[in-house]
Write a protein that binds this ligand. Structure first.
Ligand code: KIV
Length: 265
């Protein structure tokens, strides 16, 4: 955690990506990604839900454990899913504690910066659980926000978001994700708080950046928001591979003799 604060002080940008399984987690660790997030975006990206709301604590633990096995030395944070930290302080601590105990991961992320959420953050930090906050577009509140749109536009909303970032820092969060926030506001927040900001659709003025790994690698072809840069096109490669396999099986050219075993011992 201290490492990320020091990176902010030195002006070194933090590289964060999501992972949901051991396969990709291993690659992120080997490629030196600074911070891995087991996002509840697993709900849409991997599990086929149309929002993050159905994701359960057990599912986050299942995927978090896989990420730990793939990236045993990385700093990994798990999203607390919808309704696992809203009911009471006791339930929040119990749920976050269970996630850390059963996955072996280091911290949790939760959405919001209102006074009640900050109470939860403070209680978790007091219990020894590192927390990342999440402001701006909060996918778990999609029904109250009324859709996936830029947050913090206009003086009032901007002031509220800045106040919530300060409150999260005060509550003990060690970083804040800023999602779909005007670049100028994200830069202002970044300059106003002592903890790192990690942007997604929040411009270059944040202390670090995060993307959903599948989006960054082109494994989510239908999803092309303005903020997303596709750094690889794995979907096209995967489709080409599947088509080639099917062609060869149908033509009887795979398996060839070199892929087959003789009967001699
Ligand atoms: O769930 C997730 O993947 C996230 C990132 C988009 C920050 O919260």
């Amino acid at each position: 955690m201290r490492r990320f604060l020091e990176m902010k002080r030195r002006g070194e940008r933090i590289v964060m990506l999501t992972a949901y399984d051991a396969f990709f987690a291993r690659m992120l660790e080997e490629e030196g990604v600074d911070l891995i997030l087991v996002g509840d975006s697993v709900g849409q990206v991997v599990l086929g839900y149309d929002s993050t709301l159905p994701v359960t604590l057990d599912q986050m633990i299942h995927h978090g454990s896989a990420v730990r096995r793939g990236a045993p030395s990385s700093f990994v944070v798990v999203d607390l899913p919808f309704m696992s930290y809203q009911v009471s302080v006791d339930e929040t601590i119990r749920n976050a504690g269970r996630v850390l105990k059963e996955t072996g991961l280091q911290g949790v992320k939760l959405e919001g910066g209102d006074p009640r959420t900050c109470t939860m953050v403070e209680a978790l930090v007091t219990a020894g659980i590192p927390v990342i906050g999440h402001l701006g577009l909060r996918p778990q509140s999609i029904h109250t926000l009324g859709g996936y749109r830029v947050q913090g536009r206009g003086e009032e909303e901007a002031g509220e978001l800045l106040g919530q970032a300060l409150a999260l820092e005060q509550a003990g969060a060690f970083a804040v994700v800023l999602e779909l926030v005007p670049a100028a506001l994200a830069e202002q927040v970044t300059g106003s708080i002592g903890i790192p900001t990690i942007g997604i659709g929040a411009g270059v003025g944040c202390d670090g950046q995060v993307l959903v790994l599948y989006d960054a690698l082109g494994l989510n072809a239908g999803f092309r928001p303005r903020f997303l840069k596709q750094f690889a096109d794995l979907e096209e490669m995967a489709r080409a591979g599947i088509q080639a396999y099917a062609r060869e099986v149908r033509a009887g050219t795979y398996p060839a003799p070199e892929h087959s075993f003789g009967s001699e011992p």
